[in-house]
Design a protein around this ligand. Structure first.
Ligand code: UD1
Ligand code: CA
Length: 453
């Protein structure tokens, strides 16, 4: 059976008060529309139709790498039924059409799967929830034996209908063949002058298509985002679930309310994460990794036994076992730490390999460098890798000792077991085992310091 998914994303989202189209606003670092599309993909949708209108160029650009999306343009927003109609030209003739919303981001694949499974030639499926305060929503009208007969919008409802607590989430699965028949018959003869998608319910009943109703596991799955407060509420709910999932996998999270996951995280055993940590993109934390407070870790892999001390920032870094990072360390893209390496406070490492057992402990910048094993980089050492236009490489071989406050003017090589005297500016190769001293000689002069009158 063919599964077509239609995602409505044409609305303006004016209450977001934003230049960014609403469906591009993120939950857990990912646009709301991307969440919806990912759920649709995980129920093996054959086609993804996204209806865009306001900000359509920005939305389409953002997803330009997704060849599985068929875009439909709704230039004027004349209602949800009108929006779905925009996809009719590309919709499969048979199978199931699932209707979703770009601003209802957290719908779960399991809920969608359950809806799809309820659809047959003579049955459609509707996702409903019961609310203490149903105001604003379309009400589910049932007959005396509780069969759904129609959905009535708030503005068209009678006083009695307004008392109904069961509401339409908007999410439904419909036999595609019927949708082709029903959508052209919608009229805008109602309180809002809109083409209501919800009017297909009464058409279904008329055509002897029964309406099965399902409820989501969590009400939050069906929450729409209209303003920043609703966005934040869903963000918190979603984060609580993601963090809980990590704890189920055996991670110690010192404060579940102060860990944010904006991507995918793989963990080993006995990982510890302290307060105010953000994990972004693809993060891998090996057995026993300990992340101290206030760290940001983005697209990085950290192997077993490594400790990342407070206030460190890692991006596109690859860290081996038993390393020691921070506090206040910054690993930029291409930083590779081999087993047991140390990068201490106020050190920045970019596109460089720090070999096994080597130490960059204090206040250094290491860029475009390859550092061998058991090298000691003294405090304040800088690789001068950039002439304003080009980048150059520094190579420091095994066992070298770089004295404090050294400038290594790249391209340059420091040989194995070589020593560089503190305060040197190294511009030429240092051969293996040699001592390089490249600084002004100290002279002590007799001198009278001026004194104030
Ligand atoms: C709709 C339902 C209502 C349900 C509610 C749940 C209809 C007629 N009513 O209400 O029963 O309780 O959702 O939230 O379907 N959109 C378009 N193009 C349009 C109109 C809407 O793309 O022309 C999109 C919006 O961007 C939004 C979604 O469809 O994502 C729902 O539109 P909205 O106006 O919020 O829904 P309501 O009509 O209030
Ligand atoms: Ca509306």
């Amino acid at each position: 059976m063919k599964i077509d998914v239609v995602v409505l994303a044409a609305g303006q989202g004016s209450r977001m008060k934003s230049d960014l189209p609403k469906v591009l606003h993120p939950i857990a670092g990912k646009p709301m529309l991307a969440h919806v599309l990912d759920s649709a993909r995980s129920v093996k949708a054959d086609a993804l139709h996204v209806v865009v209108g306001h900000g359509s160029d920005l939305v389409k650009n953002h997803f330009s790498h997704c060849s599985d999306i068929t875009w439909a343009m709704q230039a004027e927003q004349k209602g949800t039924g009108h929006a779905v109609k925009m996809t009719l030209g590309n919709l499969s003739a048979s199978g199931v059409t699932l209707i979703l919303y770009g601003d209802v981001p957290l719908i779960q694949a399991s809920t969608l799967q359950a809806l799809i499974e309820r659809v047959s030639d003579d049955q459609m499926a509707l996702l409903t929830v019961t609310m203490a305060d149903p105001s604003g929503y379309g009400r589910i009208v049932r007959d005396e034996i509780l069969r759904v007969t129609s959905i009535i919008e708030q503005k068209d409802a009678s006083a009695a209908q307004l008392k109904i607590n069961e509401v339409n989430t908007g999410i439904m699965a419909v036999p595609s063949e019927k949708l082709h028949q029903w959508l052209p018959l919608l009229s805008s003869d109602n309180a809002q002058g809109e083409y209501y998608l919800t009017d297909v319910i009464a058409m279904a009943v008329e055509d002897d298509v029964s309406v099965a109703t399902l409820h989501p596991e969590f009400a939050q799955e069906t929450y729409g985002v209209n303003n920043r407060a609703q966005q934040a509420e869903l963000e918190r709910w979603h984060q609580a679930r993601l963090v809980n999932e990590l704890m189920v996998q055996g991670v110690t999270v010192l404060d579940p309310a102060r860990l944010d996951i904006r991507g995918s995280v793989r963990v080993g055993r006995d990982v510890v994460i302290d307060a105010n940590v953000i994990l972004q993109g693809e993060v891998v934390l090996g057995d026993g990794v300990h992340i101290e407070a206030n760290c940001i870790i983005k697209n990085s892999a950290i192997a077993a036994g490594t400790r990342v001390k407070a206030f460190s920032h890692l991006e596109d870094a690859d860290v081996a076992e038993a390393c020691d990072i921070g506090p206040y360390a910054r690993l930029r893209p291409g930083a590779v730490l081999q087993d047991g390496a140390k990068v201490g406070n106020f050190c920045e490492v970019k596109k460089s390999v720090i070999g096994a057992g080597s130490k960059v402990n204090h206040l250094s910048y290491i860029g475009d460098a390859t550092i061998g094993k058991n090298v000691n980089i003294g405090a304040g050492t800088i690789t001068c890798n950039y002439d304003g236009v080009n980048k150059f490489k520094t190579e420091i071989k095994d066992g070298a000792f770089i004295g404090s406050n050294t400038s290594l003017v790249a391209p340059v090589i420091v040989g194995a077991d070589a020593t560089v005297a503190a305060g040197s500016t190294i511009t030429k190769e240092v051969e293996d085992a040699k001592l390089a001293v490249a600084r002004g000689k100290q002279v002590n002069l007799k001198w009278q310091r001026p004194s104030k009158a």
